[in-house]
Design a binder for this molecule. Sequence first.
Ligand code: HEM
Length: 401
Amino acid sequence: MSEHVFSTVRGVQDALRNTDLEQSMYKAGAIIMDDVLLTLHGAEHHKRRTAAFKVFGRGYFRYYEREVFPATLSRTLEPFLARGSADLIDCGYRVTLNLTADFAGIDRPEQSPAETEALLYCVKRFSEAATLFHSTRDHAEVIRDAAAALAEFDTRFFAPSRLRREEALARFAAGTLTEEELPRDVLTVLLRSYAELGLTPEILRREIAFYMQAGAHSTANSTVHAMHHILDWCDAHPGSREALLADRLLLQRFVHESLRLHPASPVARRSAGCPTRIGAQLEVATGDDVIADIHSANRETAVFGEDAAVFNPYRTIPAGVWPFGLTFGFGMHACMGRDLDGGVVPRADTRADDHQYGIVMLFVESLLRHGARRDPSHPPVPDANTARPNWGRYPVLLDSP
Ligand code: HEM
């Protein structure tokens, strides 16, 4: 068996668009990842992804960004502002937890700190198990923690949310609820097509746990990386904070540049389900491993320029290339949350007052507006529990209202 590594934009695209290659990075994290969208293949994957698309529409993202997220954001930031400080990792998880719970279909009826704490506990355990491949902790312990979290999640969050949706669907079937009145989330659409999609209670629970962690973990980390670069930039370029707060399209460009440098997972891994060819020539045998090195492709100098490894939001991006590179993946497993988190890439005729900026940009903007700055007595600390280059703690000071 051979391993084939692709580390250019073209190479990664060729690898990830090949439908003979199957997801292979999440086997160790099976307790959360077995049979979920990201690990399915072929027709089964296509059916489940098509069902989920009913939730992930651009129109809904736009509505969510304008109507739902601002209230969630300010409610979640309130206690941090009152205290005048925050750990961006913790704060990021709390904000993004609400986002993914809304999309996954997990209710938080109490809206209490204890309830958020309990859900946060579960989602962090799910994240660690899902990304077990890169975990530096004892793997058996991570799996034990995830199993306990899954049981707690089921009793406290998943089962009641599922029951509410089943009741809503029963009322819809009886004609006492309209289609528009049904909850708009993944849990509802999967329950509607439960038999057709071949779901079981365990798969459904894992699928929702997967959504909870996929969105929260990557959004929180991306926000912190963007803040890190922007705070550095503001230190080196006086007046930049004000300039960024006055120009939302510019701020989105800064966020896209940071997303390019920090893909959620540095690589995507696949294995060949049958003999296949990648690009024009490379023959790949059954069982061969294929590594799509997104981190390197996003720093390809031939595409992004000689300073590709450096944070430079003013770089020229060639036509046909996303400013955030391949951070949201490519091909059949490309991220469903791309436009939600990254927003729409502006065009020459984009109007700043009528644009979808993405959740990460809105979050960063709000932190900057509240005066977020590094805490000189508590420098940021890298995350020691993973080989992924993420921050473990990122203390900032905030202006109290
Ligand atoms: C900045 C934030 C995010 C980044 C960088 C990111 C990145 C990615 C990447 C790279 C993949 C593909 C992995 C692979 O090919 O192996 C992926 C898949 C996925 N992402 Fe995201 N993601 C983000 C946020 C979100 C959010 C907010 C959601 C949902 C609310 C989401 C839902 C998904 C789903 C459902 C898939 C699986 C798609 C499939 O297998 O068909 N992501 N994401």
